[in-house]
Design a protein around this ligand. Structure first.
Ligand code: XMP
Length: 605
């Protein structure tokens, strides 16, 4: 990649750091993230440094160690929230616990409108989220902005080239945060705006051609996700069709017509050297009779490895480099992405792939890009928006959304749980019913994975009431890890139970139909983009006379899947989804998952 001027973002809390980096890039300026302990000489040529916000405190044992040499670099520095407090502390100001946790919108009164506040108003709406505050600014700093609850909300020391804000300029709720950032980038750092998608695309293509050389070829596993699809398109554009071998392993756990959609979308955009191996029957045989989620995952992961190995031995590997769709956040060490790496391991750990990585025979064309930049390139390649804007989808696909059971209906402590639930409902004063159900799902409580029963709530309630109840139940009834809301019908019959069911094509097809209804409806109602991910889960819980099953709706909102809120769906959308799902034979019950993560996970298995 050609040399670009860049801003270094020091990561004191990964979600904030990534958001800042993306905002900088939206100004066509390259931003690179560094961990706090990175020696400053590694970013000494940065045109400016931003110290990010983060969840820790600078004044207790959780404080993060960092290279203080950053203050001697001589380039402009901007501290945000945690970064603001760090600067105050370093230069002799005080940081203390605030009287209250300040959270939400505040009005910033600005008393100097040169440099960073140029072209802004005397009062600006900003967004705060903090407990600690800067009590007194360091002696040689000027306070340039205050809010009602925060005297030192913005300060600067022009001689030292330092600015810092208590509020978060990177979030949308800070109305003119982008303008403040623009002032920092161009008035203060004077960095060049040369990070445009068109330029990057050309550079990536040139880099692929250089690395691969004139003779070699590239082998790429194309999952159907945005990253591998765009990586495939870039490689084909750089090297021509005959030199890129794209392989999609269809494991039979894809959504309705998904494999075809990926192939068609790529073909339409002019990329055709995609090979599909249909291995659905093999995968289904391998998981026959399996109930335990982890065992299911392990079998699927291992079979994927076996098939990828088989396919790779069919080509002359000496001629090949391995392409991977790794993107920038995957290469940055932080809490969120460590987790993401872990869950993806089975798909990247094919023996031959590992060997090629060890030999340096790997090319990652997207390694410097964020997802939105990858999508931008995808758009330039005319890949269908429906494919570029997909929700994330797990490797084992619908296999981990189709729960299996040997028909066990035992619930340890059933009476104790139900008694505690009755107490909580009574205390809430709401006209609701609650009971524990016999299925189990995975959760994450503390750092531990849990495998427990859910509770169902039936009756009319607002989202707020449901949320409060859900939080209370999972906090107080430790034998459960999830709370469901019964959508249809109004009550559960006394003889409803878990049927003995395993993974079969029929059940996968039933789930595919339900999932397709849900996906179609959320697009129709234009709420697709408000939802980060939406598992639709099939549970073999139903009435004996119908032999039917249950569907659980699990729409969530999140930044990077580590912490998650369930989504408060507009009621008309929910009603419409319910109406369509009810038309499908063999669906007895429809539930809505109202659990955050933690204590539940996004997926049920
Ligand atoms: P959980 O359920 O742990 O999921 O909250 C977090 C994110 O990871 C995805 N996920 C997987 N992705 N292989 C994958 O490629 C897997 O085995 C797997 N399990 C979970 C999940 O869909 C969510 O986005």
């Amino acid at each position: 990649m050609d040399q670009h001027e860049y801003i270094a973002v020091i990561d004191f809390g990964s979600q904030f750091a990534h958001l800042i980096a993306r905002r900088i890039r939206q100004h066509n300026v390259l931003a690179k993230i560094f961990t706090p302990d990175t020696p400053v000489h590694e970013y000494k040529d940065a045109k400016g440094v931003i110290l990010s916000g983060g969840p820790r405190s600078t004044i207790d044992e959780s404080a993060i160690n960092y290279d203080r040499g950053v203050f001697k670099l001589g380039v402009p520095i901007l501290g945000l929230c945690y970064g603001h407090q760090l600067i105050a502390q370093h230069f002799g100001g005080t940081v203390e616990k605030g009287k209250t946790k300040e959270y939400g919108q505040a009005t910033l009164h600005i008393n100097d409108k040169s440099d960073i506040f140029q072209d802004l108003s005397n009062e600006e709406r900003v967004w705060m989220s903090h407990w600690d505050v800067v009590g007194t600014a360091p002696a040689d700093f000027e306070v340039i902005g205050s809010t009602k609850d925060c005297e030192v909300a913005a300060m600067r020391n022009v001689t030292e080239n330092i600015w810092s804000f208590q509020y978060h300029l990177e979030v949308h709720h800070t109305e003119h945060g982008m303008k403040m950032l623009e002032n920092f980038l161009f008035n203060i750092c004077q960095v060049s705006a040369d990070w445009s998608i068109a330029a990057i695309e050309d550079e990536i293509i040139k880099e692929i051609q250089d690395v691969v050389g004139a003779k070699k070829h590239v082998f790429l596993l194309v999952s159907g996700g945005v990253d591998s699809t765009v990586a495939f398109a870039l490689l084909e554009k750089a090297l021509g069709k005959s030199r890129v071998y794209g392989l999609h392993v269809d494991n039979g756990f894809m959504r309705h017509r998904e494999t075809t959609k990926v192939a068609v979308a790529l073909k339409k955009a002019g990329f055709t050297n995609l090979h599909v191996v249909d291995t659905g029957a093999r995968f289904l045989r391998a998981v026959q009779g399996v109930i335990d989620p982890e065992e299911k995952r392990k079998i699927i992961g291992e079979l994927f490895v076996e098939i990828a190995n088989e396919e790779m031995t069919k080509i002359d590997l000496d001629k090949y480099l391995l392409g991977q769709g790794t993107i920038y956040p995957d290469t940055i060490e932080s809490g969120g992405t460590q987790h993401a790496d872990k869950i993806k391991t089975h798909h990247n750990r094919v023996d031959l792939i590992q060997e090629m990585i060890n030999q340096g025979k790997v090319i990652e064309p997207l390694k410097d890009l964020y997802k939105d930049e990858v999508r931008e390139i995808g758009k330039r390649f005319k890949i269908a928006p429906s494919l570029l804007n997909r929700h994330p989808f797990p490797g084992p696909g619908l296999a981990i959304r189709t729960l299996c059971s040997d028909g066990d209906n035992e619930i340890e402590d059933r009476d104790a749980i139900n008694a505690k639930l009755a107490e909580i409902i009574l205390d809430s004063g709401l006209d609701l019913k609650a009971a524990v159900l016999p299925m189990k799902s995975v959760g994450v409580q503390g750092d531990e994975r849990s495998y427990k029963h859910p509770v169902v709530i039936a009756g009319k309630a607002t989202w707020k009431q449901l949320n409060d109840l859900s939080v209370r139940i999972t906090n107080e009834v430790f034998m459960v890890n999830r709370v469901l809301w019964l959508i249809d019908p109004k009550t559960i019959s006394a003889d409803a139970h878990m049927h003995e069911r395993y993974l079969t094509k029929d059940r996968l097809d039933l789930l595919r139909v339900a999932d397709d209804i849900v996906m179609t409806k959320i697009k129709e109602h234009e709420v697709f983009a408000d939802i980060w991910q939406f598992p639709v889960v099939l549970v073999p819980f139903g009435d004996p006379k119908t032999n039917g099953e249950s569907i659980v709706l699990r729409p969530i909102q999140s930044q990077e899947a580590m912490t998650v809120n369930y989504y408060n769906m507009p009621r008309p959308v929910l009603t419409d989804i319910k109406r369509e799902l009810k038309k499908v034979a063999f669906i007895d019950y429809i539930f809505y998952d109202i659990t955050h993560k933690p204590p539940a996970t996004i997926e049920w298995e």
